[in-house]
Write a protein that binds this ligand. Structure first.
Ligand SMILES: Cc1cc2nc3c(=O)[nH]c(=O)nc-3n(C[C@H](O)[C@H](O)[C@H](O)COP(=O)(O)OP(=O)(O)OC[C@H]3O[C@@H](n4cnc5c(N)ncnc54)[C@H](O)[C@@H]3O)c2cc1C
Length: 499
């Protein structure tokens, strides 16, 4: 019965009524469960995709599985107090927020900060660009800061609603993936695989379930098992840098984002409500452990210095003097050094090459949430293609980039938008949703070049702002000052990235 159903599905023009029947059929062979779409990974990309497949009318007849060892039911119950924020956040663009409309209605709104004001400054170029309400569309906020857990929890609330649900949640790990030949009802040995229509991905899960699917979507992150199974090669360029994140508390309320490019990489404050901020300090791996291990009080002083100091060598001198484990050598008077730096760093006009145009500084950080410091290694990576036979890669499984432009997840959402577009076209035209020709190739064409262009742009920015070459730093300064003076160009930049 399973074979017949699969065969009939492959004959392009089937009604959804008959397809539902196929979808919910259980094969006697190995008790495998059949799904139209199986999503591996319920991070922010996978859960957003599953919600789109659950929410949009065109997909209501698809039978969808989402698999992740994370307890989605528990995540749906997440309800923390408003006096603490997670250290993992994403800045999402207006376009992403619009796509996530249904999810947006399920998240805790009071934990989201929308903002249009952003100050980007360059330490060596002694210049800055201010984006404010006058750029962008004028009506909407350019960006939103949301905790990853708020987003996944909002998705989990939708995914765990059982009424009329077309999505099944598996709290399990994918342990093995193979190919199943529906015409011979056998598992295909890897050496004998060829991309025939009747061959389907088959998954063994840690809860002993077996799933066969017409379309397998890997949203299982940078170390994707789906990508490995599909034999898709993957190039990785490690930045030898990590993002040290923390939840910071300002001395006053703030709804502006601040990014300062230091010679080592950017340090960023993204605003949370109630005077909190997400701190992301991109730092070379050789000083990472020092910054992770110093006391909270010392860390706060170092963060304030990093945003305010005139000379980076002062900060470097202090960092060089601290031991790997964050302890302070006996012959080094850290308090005195910090006090001296604090005094030096109180004059914002010193940061600008033009004293009449001082660079806007963030409020001082008062404290950080205990235990909120955590680091994430940065790497630029890209799969050689985003599809294979009945398989698509989405989000970090397909590509990762330096977060200096805050675009990693956003580009994953742009993948989802395109993939959904081609799946829905296939449905409308009665085509196979796992079709290489109608779904996967067009998806790859729509996203691959765009993702590579974005990655290159972000990578070039990283190299550009890291350069200490005086010609480049002077050029940077001039370019930023010019950009700051032309609201129309700024507006175009914001629209291109955010809308
Ligand atoms: C410091 C930092 C700041 C960032 N800031 C931004 C920002 O402001 N804006 C932005 O757009 N992006 C940002 N990013 C990037 C963004 O966080 C990532 O692009 C995004 O989290 C990737 O989501 P994902 O769902 O694709 O992958 P992941 O979050 O890695 O999720 C993968 C999921 O797959 C599951 N999984 C893995 N293996 C298996 C298996 N075998 N079986 C079942 N499940 C499996 C995992 O449990 C996990 O839940 C930032 C990144 C960093 C490090």
């Amino acid at each position: 019965m399973f074979v017949n159903a699969l065969k009939s599905r492959c004959l392009a023009t089937k009604s959804f009524a008959s397809f539902r029947q196929f979808s919910s059929t259980r094969s006697s062979l190995q008790n495998a469960l059949q799904y139209d779409v199986t999503i591996i990974g319920a991070g922010i990309a996978g859960s957003s995709l599953a919600c789109a497949l659950k929410s949009q009318e065109i997909f209501k007849n698809l039978k969808v599985a989402i698999v992740d060892p994370a307890p989605i039911k528990k995540i749906a119950e997440w309800n923390p107090p408003l006096d603490s924020f997670s250290n993992r956040t994403v800045q999402i663009t207006n376009a992403t927020q619009r796509f996530l409309k249904r999810v947006w209605d399920s998240v805790f709104q009071e934990r989201i900060q929308s903002y249009s004001k952003v100050v980007v400054s360059d330490f060596l170029g002694k210049s800055s660009v201010k984006f404010d309400d006058s750029v962008g569309t004028g009506n909407d906020s350019a960006a939103f800061l949301i905790e990853n857990i708020n987003l996944t929890s909002g998705c989990a609330k939708i995914l765990t609603q059982t009424e009329n649900s077309n999505v099944d949640v598996y709290t399990a790990k994918v342990e093995e993936i193979s190919h199943y030949d529906a015409s011979s009802e056998t598992t295909v040995p890897p050496s004998e695989f060829s991309p025939k229509t009747q061959i389907y991905p088959q998954l063994s899960l840690s809860d002993n379930s077996c799933i066969r699917t017409r379309l397998l979507i890997g949203t299982d992150g940078a170390n994707s098992v789906v990508r490995k199974f599909a034999n898709i090669s993957h190039s990785v360029y490690p930045y030898e840098q990590s993002g040290l994140v923390a939840c910071a508390m300002f001395s006053e309320l703030n709804n502006t984002a601040y990014q300062r490019f230091l010679p080592t990489g950017p340090i960023v404050f993204l605003p949370h409500p109630n005077g909190f901020a997400n701190l992301i300090w991109s730092i070379d791996n050789n000083v990472l452990s020092k910054l992770k291990n110093v006391s909270d009080e010392t860390f706060v002083t170092l963060v304030n210095m990093a945003f305010r100091l005139r000379s980076y060598s002062d900060l470097e001198y202090i960092l060089n003097s601290i031991n790997e484990d964050g302890s302070i050598p006996e012959n080094f008077d850290l308090d005195k050094e910090l006090e001296w730096c604090k005094r030096l760093s109180l004059d914002p006009s010193s940061q600008s090459s033009n004293p009449n145009e001082p660079i806007s500084l963030p409020p001082l950080v008062k404290s950080i949430t205990k235990g909120s410091r955590q680091s994430f290694p940065y790497r630029l990576s890209n799969a050689s293609t985003y599809y294979s036979h009945r398989i698509a890669l989405v989000g970090d499984a397909a590509h990762t980039m330096h977060p200096l432009a805050g675009m990693g997840f956003n580009s994953g959402v742009y993948d989802i938008i395109e993939l959904c577009k081609y799946i829905s076209k296939a449905i409308s035209n009665g085509e196979d949703i796992g079709s290489t020709e109608y779904v996967l190739k067009p998806y790859n064409s729509a996203r691959y070049a765009a993702d590579v262009a974005l990655q290159s742009y972000v990578d070039e920015l990283w190299h550009l702002f890291r350069s200490k070459n005086p010609i480049i730093t002077t050029g940077r300064g001039i370019a930023m000052r010019l950009l700051d003076k032309f609201p129309l160009i700024k507006s175009q930049v914001v629209k291109q990235i955010m809308y």
